[in-house]
Design a protein around this ligand. Structure first.
Ligand SMILES: Cc1cc2nc3c(=O)[nH]c(=O)nc-3n(C[C@H](O)[C@H](O)[C@H](O)COP(=O)(O)O)c2cc1C
Length: 128
C-alpha cells in the first residue's frame, strides 16, 4: 500500500506532525510548497495544514482544489491549531465534493502540545 504525506506549515507545528506521520508511514513528509502536485498514484494521502485567522492557507486550499482524484485512493487529514478544526472540516467538504474519498477520522494536535502528540502521530502514520 503506497502512502504519501503532504502538508502546508508556516510556523513549523504542522511540519513536526507531518514528519512524525511520515516516519510512521515510512515515507518522507513533503511540503506542498516544495511539490505542488502528486506525481504518481497513492493509496493513502495524508494531508494537513492549520488555520490562520480562521481559514486555511490559500496555498493549501489551492492544492486541494487541483488534487487529481485519479491520483488518490483515500485522504487522511491532520491539523494543528489553537482551537479550530476548520481546516480539516473545510478540506473534507472540498475534497468530497470533488469525489475524493476522505476518512471521517482525522488527527489533531493542539499548537501547545505538538511534541506530546508526536508518538500518536507516528501511530496514525502506521495505520493500514
Ligand atoms: C496569524 C495567525 C492566525 C491564527 N489564527 C488561528 C485561528 O483562527 N484559529 C486557531 O485555532 N488557531 C489559529 N492560529 C494558530 C495556528 O493555527 C497554530 O499555531 C498552528 O499550529 C500553526 O501551524 P504551523 O505551525 O504549521 O504554521 C493562528 C496563528 C497565527 C500565526
Amino acid at each position: 500500500m503506497k502512502k504519501a504525506v503532504r502538508y502546508f506549515s508556516k510556523l513549523g507545528n504542522t511540519k513536526t506532525i507531518a514528519e512524525a506521520i511520515a516516519a510512521g508511514a515510512g515515507v518522507r513528509a513533503v511540503s506542498i510548497a516544495e511539490e505542488p502536485a502528486l506525481t504518481e498514484f497513492v493509496d493513502i494521502l495524508y494531508l494537513g495544514g492549520a488555520p490562520y485567522a480562521n481559514i486555511m492557507a490559500p496555498e493549501l486550499k489551492a492544492y486541494a482544489e487541483r488534487l487529481d482524484q485519479s491520483r488518490v485512493g483515500t485522504v487522511r487529514l491532520f491539523t494543528t491549531s489553537n482551537w479550530s478544526r476548520r481546516t480539516v472540516l473545510a478540506l473534507k467538504k472540498l475534497l468530497r465534493e470533488k469525489g475524493i474519498q476522505v476518512e471521517e477520522a482525522y488527527f489533531y494536535a493542539h499548537m501547545l502540545h505538538i511534541h506530546g502528540r508526536v508518538e500518536a502521530a507516528r501511530d496514525f502514520g502506521r495505520k493500514g
